[in-house]
Design a protein around this ligand. Sequence first.
Ligand code: GTP
Ligand code: MG
Length: 450
Amino acid sequence: MFENLTDRFDSILKRIKSRGRLTEEDIDEISRDIRVALLEADVALPVVQDFVNRVKERCRGEELSKSLTPAQQVIKYVNEELINILGGSQLKITYAPKPPTIILLAGLQGSGKTTTVAKLGRWFKQQGRHPLLVGADLARPAAVEQLKVLGAEIGVAVFSEPTDPVSVARKGVAEAIRVGRDLVIIDTAGRLSIDEVLMEEVRQVSKAVNPHYTFLVIDAMTGQDAVNTAKAFHETLELDGIILTKVDGDARGGAALSVKQIVGKPIAFVATGERVNELETFYPDRMASRILGMGDVLSLIEKAETEVDQNVSAKALERMRSGHFSLDDFYDQLQQMKKMGPLQGLVSMLPGMPKEVRNANIDDADIVRIEAIITSMTAEERDNPQILNGSRRSRIANGSGTSVTDVNNLLKQFNEMQKLFKSPGLMNQLMKSPAMRKKKNSSKGRRTKR
Ligand SMILES: Nc1nc2c(ncn2[C@@H]2O[C@H](COP(=O)(O)OP(=O)(O)OP(=O)(O)O)[C@@H](O)[C@H]2O)c(=O)[nH]1
Ligand SMILES: [Mg+2]
């Protein structure tokens, strides 16, 4: 999701990266570009207008912070406004003090309700809950069967009976109480469009069981239409949140970016594929970072300032600059990076990374492997990786429980990194960050004293 938008923001921000200060014309240009980018992503017009106006106002209104470059400043605003339109903070589920917690799912035909009921069942099960799935979609003969198959796959019981939806829902809740299940997830019939009869049905179901959470399931690929649907449903049902499905097939992300502001309800979960494990809790801030791709340099800097040992970083930076960045330094950096939390996406926080690198995933398992490889080398090898011939490489692979391919890949990556460090652009960017400026000044101070 959001690939197109990420690329657009990338090019907007690249253009202003080298500017010393932003003129009125710069701000107009940025606003225009952001507007086009959001419209292309199929974001609802009022949302776009609000967004652009707010970013513009902030660019104009505020004294440029001394510690940030104009580009970083713009990124900061865009990032904050993105988080804002994505819903601010994450929706947290609170369980009913008197179980079961009742969850009702509604949505258009084919939006992914039944699949999502099962995904949620699995998700809640992982949270230590004991769900019961209730099949109250009696409009389509195969619907209950579909839910039963999914229920069996995730090991969660399914209740249904061939009566009517209201009675199934009611009995489902009673059944949960009877067998000691603390959570009920109700699947309802799909509506082709906003159909009064079916709307009335789901309203009746809702009235009968009085759910703690009502989620609307919408298909991200339907973009603006999805948002209009959501609005109509909200008028009938009082939604608590949105579950956005099929984001795996949506490169634009317009629905995700519009729905909170238009409907007033946040996205609670996103479904990223057909399989039962493809459901994620929705975090507005993480999503904003993902959208900005390179844009998360700011929190990287913030994190680096608070969590990273500045002496180690400064030392590594000096070594990068001098062209002697060894695998020991690399290892130190990994340790620093680990302090900053989940590594996923850390690369994407770095400015100026090519798209391919940005989209590559580094996960924690990779890091464990890299650490094992580096610690299996001798000091000499770490300092001077060029001496790593075939037999040394296979010894290291054996010692670290990895393969020669893993070792080769690491060395290749390391070489690329070294090349990158030698490029003046990146070094300038890093040296401009507040952390490094502070460092430079203090070392200057020491030098004059001496
Ligand atoms: N790629 C992708 N496909 C999905 C996702 N969620 C559901 N699907 C697919 O979308 C189709 C419809 O899903 P269902 O769960 O049956 O949708 P529904 O809303 O229950 O449909 P009705 O009961 O007919 O209204 C199925 O083929 C699912 O496998 C998703 O996140 N990504
Ligand atoms: Mg269904």
